[in-house]
Design a protein around this ligand. Structure first.
Ligand SMILES: Nc1ncnc2c1ncn2[C@@H]1O[C@H](COP(=O)(O)OP(=O)(O)OP(=O)(O)O)[C@@H](O)[C@H]1O
Ligand SMILES: [Mg+2]
Length: 319
């Protein structure tokens, strides 16, 4: 199934969520393709790809160049992007019929949907022909809303967007896979009761219980080219709010779609406390040995580019 991560507003965690949802789904046993649909290339950089051989715009123009990168073998792959994607409107706007069908037709022609359980499209902020292509190609929209904006604007836009697409028969099957709040912090005014009242008002939309908190690990992971899950594994970070929230988010996403995880995956948990060496018993020392505090280790950061296995040229031959 194809899911577009979208919100007209910038900086609300569309890209972070695409990366971490994709990585979480892969860990839960699914095959996932991520499409960077933003000329900023943030999703591409999120996985440490800095100089892609092929990008999505080249793939749209030439089937031979529709070559996703392998992030984790053929189970987590990425169609990269770079500033050339900004030429999309110029290239396809003048098409007499079907300027909004370019992505949908390409994914169908190359049978991309059949090769993956989930295709996640990381939309650019704003609207326009390019994002319309993503919505027309999608089965679902997934909409992050910044918790401190304290507004229903994102929700209302999504509702009217879907109504418009259905009315114009551009995509009558489009649904919402989730509305969720991101970047929650202690200064945020949003409260549980506010989310509950919103869920009541929009009872036909899945508003998630999981709220993604503001957490530095989410930013750090993207800076070293990793998903939050690989990041906390590699740097042995336990009890990361970012990892916990995205873990719950992936589970809630699957629950809404009524899909069971295929594998068990759990986050690193605090190691059992180590006992100090037993003191030599003396007549004056019968106390229980003290427990050493569990240590949170955080290794030095290093660039993640070498972790990205480049190319997957056999992709086209795998039908
Ligand atoms: N929960 C979070 N905690 C801390 N930092 C976050 C969180 N979510 C996102 N960020 C950081 O905020 C910035 C914007 O996030 P992101 O790129 O995911 O948003 P976006 O909606 O894709 O933005 P754009 O509209 O520009 O595409 C990034 O630097 C990201 O690392
Ligand atoms: Mg983005």
């Amino acid at each position: 199934m194809i899911i577009s991560l979208t919100n007209q507003k910038g900086g609300v965690s569309k890209t972070s969520t695409t990366a971490n949802l994709g990585a979480g789904l892969e860990r839960m046993g699914f095959k996932v393709l991520l499409i960077d649909w933003d000329e900023q290339g943030n999703l591409t950089r999120h996985f440490g790809v800095t100089d892609p051989d092929f990008t999505i715009i080249e793939g749209l123009l030439d089937d031979e160049k529709f070559v996703p990168y392998s992030i984790k073998e053929d189970r987590l792959m990425l169609m990269a992007s770079d500033p050339k994607l900004s030429q999309f409107d110029k290239l396809f706007m003048d098409q007499i019929v079907g300027g909004h069908l370019v992505l949908k037709n390409k994914l169908e022609d190359l049978k991309v949907k059949e090769k993956f359980d989930f295709i996640l499209i990381d939309c650019a902020p704003g609207q326009g022909l390019r994002n319309m292509n993503a919505y027309v190609a999608s089965d679902f929209l997934l909409v992050p809303i910044e918790a401190h904006s304290f507004s229903k604007v994102g929700l209302e836009q999504v509702v009217s967007l879907i109504q418009e697409l259905v009315k114009n028969k551009a995509n009558e099957n489009l649904n919402v896979a989730g509305i969720f709040f991101t970047r929650h912090n202690s200064k945020t005014v949003i409260s549980r009761s506010y989310i509950d009242s919103m869920a009541e008002e929009y009872s036909d939309l899945p508003i998630y219980n999981t709220v993604i908190r503001e957490n530095v690990n989410i930013k750090e992971a993207s800076e070293v080219g990793k998903s939050i899950f690989d990041y906390v594994d590699e740097y042995e970070i336990v009890n990361s709010n970012g990892a916990n929230d995205y873990y719950n988010f992936v589970l809630e996403f699957l629950e809404v779609l009524d899909i069971e995880p295929r594998t068990n995956f759990s986050l690193p948990v605090a190691k059992p406390k180590r006992m100090k060496a037993k003191p030599v018993a003396t007549s004056s020392n019968n106390d229980t040995p003290e427990e050493a505090p569990a240590k949170e280790t955080k290794k030095v950061r290093k660039a993640g580019k070498e972790d990205v296995a480049k190319g997957f040229k056999d992709f086209m031959k795998n039908e």
